[in-house]
Structures are given as structure tokens and as C-alpha cells.
Design a protein around this ligand. Sequence first.
Ligand code: PRE
Length: 280
Amino acid sequence: MNLLQKDDALDLSKLRDVLIRLEDTIIFALIERAQFALNDCTYQPGVYKYDNDFKGSFLEYFLHEMEQVHARVRRYTSPDEYPFTKPLPQPILTTLDFPPILHNNSVNVNDKIMKRYLADIVPNICSPGDDLNYGSSATRDVECLQALSKRIHYGKFIAESKFMDPKNQKTYIELIKSGNRTAIMELLTNKAVEDALLKRLRRKAMIYGSDITDNVSEDHLAGHNGTSLCIGDKGNGTARKIRADVVVDLYERFVIPLTKDVEVEYLMQRLEGWQPPKDV
Ligand SMILES: O=C(O)C(=O)C[C@]1(C(=O)O)C=C[C@@H](O)C=C1
């Protein structure tokens, strides 16, 4: 997606294509993380002493150090990138001139993403215990968190695109003015898109999560033979690196609902300092 092109960034089918590509990024990032143990000590504050006064967990330390480097190369000036930590330094590169695509807003749900990631996702994809690979697992955590954050905050572009659609703009304006979050949520929900997504995701997770060897049948890869999808399942020549139902459940309970929350909260701020065109 070229965010320097306003038309691209508000085209709903192109935005959905971005979400489809991010499914791949997220599944592969989860698979990468799942090869290491839970390594709980990397999530607990006060376990390590750092070379500065940092008091958080090893993961928070690592994330903050990385985000400082990325901020210097202007990562967070892009409207689809949101940092988890602060304070961050100013970019050393001149800021790119992005066209005004999104309305001014303060929506950032990274705190919620971090909480759900630690409480719900890591324990579900990793085996319990400690394998000492702290740097490797933290690197994978950062990749998972960044991919999830990007996907979920794409809800802003989708909400903007839906708001700008003349078919519904009047209704959105009325619902925003009356603060009716429930009705906004209903209006922006497209159940058919969600159902197709979950079906596609299951198939991707089954295929990407298999070790593909010469003696694996296509039926098995497609999950038609009723085998269980456990991590490390070596039956029929495959080892599942991640359980497909865990990925689907993660999207159903967490990724899609949070994307929709971002859409609603973005829309709630959409009218601030904005005048509708005369014909609306
Ligand atoms: O594609 C859309 O219309 C979106 O708003 C994105 C999304 C999603 O998170 O995947 C969220 C809400 C819709 O019900 C369908 C899908």
C-alpha cells in the first residue's frame, strides 16, 4: 500500500488486500515465536539490570531500544505505524509529505494489544518452560506485536473509507453525533467478510504450519483427514508448528474485535474540527 497516494489508501478493496497480506505476516510471526518456550522471565519486570535506569521487563527494554532506532529512521511518522513505548527520539530523516488521509485522532490501542498478547497469545502458542533463548523469543515477540499493531490500526483507514462512502456518510454523522457506538459498530460490521476471513485463515494456518515433506498428501495439508493439529504432531509425516484453531480463535476473539474498536473510536473523533460538505 502506497500511503503517499490518497486514493489507494481509501480504496476499501485495496485495504482488505493489505489485511489479507498481513494474515500471512501474522501467522509466520506466530510460528517463529512458537518454536521457543514461554520464557516467562522475559516478561517479568525487575529480573534484569539494564545499562540505563530502565525498570520494566526484558521484552519492554528490548522493544523500547528497537523503537528508538526505528523512530530515528521515521518509522512512526507513517500513518500506519504505532509505537508501543515512549519517549522516542525525533527522526534523523526529513519527514515524508504524506497526504492527509486520516482525520486527526489519538487512537492507539497498543497497551491492549500488549496485554492480550502476553495473557492470551504467548501461553497458547508456546510450550511452557524456559529454554534460555531470551533474545530470540523477544525478537519474535516484537515481530508479532508490530504485525498485530499494524493490522489492528489499519482499522482507521477502513473506517475513513467507510465514512467517506456517500452511501452511509449521513448515517455515520448522525450516529457519531448521538454517541451511539453500538449502532456504529453494527453499521461497519460486514459478517460475510469476517466469515470468509476466518475460513481462509484456517486453511493458511494449516498449510503454513505444516512441515511439507514429499510423503505428505494434499488431503493432509488441507486438513481433510481429521488429524489433530497439535504442535509437534508427527503423524503422517507432518509436524504442526502452530495449531490452526489457535490462530482462528485469536482472530475471532481479539484481532477482529480490536480492529472494530479502533474503527469505532476513530469515527467517534471524526467530526472534531470537520464541516460536512453542503450536500450531506
Ligand atoms: O473489511 C472490513 O470492512 C473491516 O472493517 C475489517 C474487518 C476485519 O477486522 O477484518 C472488521 C469488521 C468487518 O466486519 C469486517 C472485517
